[in-house]
Design a protein around this ligand. Sequence first.
Ligand SMILES: [Zn+2]
Length: 378
Amino acid sequence: MTPVTGDLDRLADFLGDARTRSAVVIVDAVVESNGYGERVRAALPRDVVVSTHVVEPGEPSAAAVDLAADAVRAAGRGAAVVAVGGGSVLDIAKLASSVATAGDPVGVYALGARRLPARHVLVAIPTTSGTGSEATRTCIFSDSANRKVWAWGDELLPDLVVLDPQATVTLPATITAATGLDAFVHAVEAASGQRRDAESVKAASQAIALVLTSLPAAVRDGTDLDARAAMQRAAHLAGNAIDRSGTGVAHAIGHALGTLAHVPHGAAVAVGLDAALAWNVDAAHDRYVTVADAAGVPVAGLAERYETLLADVAFDNVATAIGTIGSDAGRIAATMGAEENLPMLDNNASPPAPVDRHHLAERTLQRWTTWCEHGGRR
Ligand SMILES: [Zn+2]
């Protein structure tokens, strides 16, 4: 079930074994312009007919998936899909590789309304270290009503994942920080949630230790290949953990901020955990014992340890670059409880009641303002 992982050299052998005649490279616009897209094309077998579909920046939308699916159809029936980019591009390509084989737009599969069709051969090459999209059977996209919705199925798990630290060296510090924090939030939520199991707790614990040691180094020096490689492993392990065990309230907050104010995913869930961790630990202390162990602190010191991580990766720069969140606590709390976000609330270490949601939404806005204006200091 778990995809094979390897380096870029593995790509040609893999597609050769799969007898691939054509491939469509679905690539992030920035990654294409910095030359990494070309590096991937050069690593494909010589006799494969290659086309390229460039995805413009932004969180994935149904329209972007449908456009990518057209490119997959144009590449032919047996074409392999090679996805190169951050979580948004991987999600778009994962969905496109499946929906391309049927005639319907991606919207009909939202929230599990219909089973996804069998997909093309799929390779994922993440160029950020955070979402773990390459390791999950979930994709998130905004529907035509601008709701953040999910699709889920075995079809969304790639056949091959290429983890190449060179793919991430040009990521700016603020994006390195925000995406890396997403991996940390995945690990904490999977290891403390209702659906956790021994395997997800083990993967998440390794991810937590890796992020705490490697993310500040990767933010300080983007060319530190050891730190970059460690973050790729962390994001992948945390992706495995959420694929088994799901996320929690920080992701419900994050999706609400994404829907209402277009806050990028990593920054949104990072401030969500900043708002929620102390509340979670109070409400469900025992669920945080292994998380705290992995972080090398007592449970009572966990929220403070997370704040230190946020400071070490200059989360104030992340927040300042995004600016004021144009929403209010009432709307954030209501969106946290919307149909598409309820599974995350139900899975949280302690599922929050409506009154708790409002408190957490208020605290999210307070913490965001504090990071923007005072570098996170109270
Ligand atoms: Zn996430």
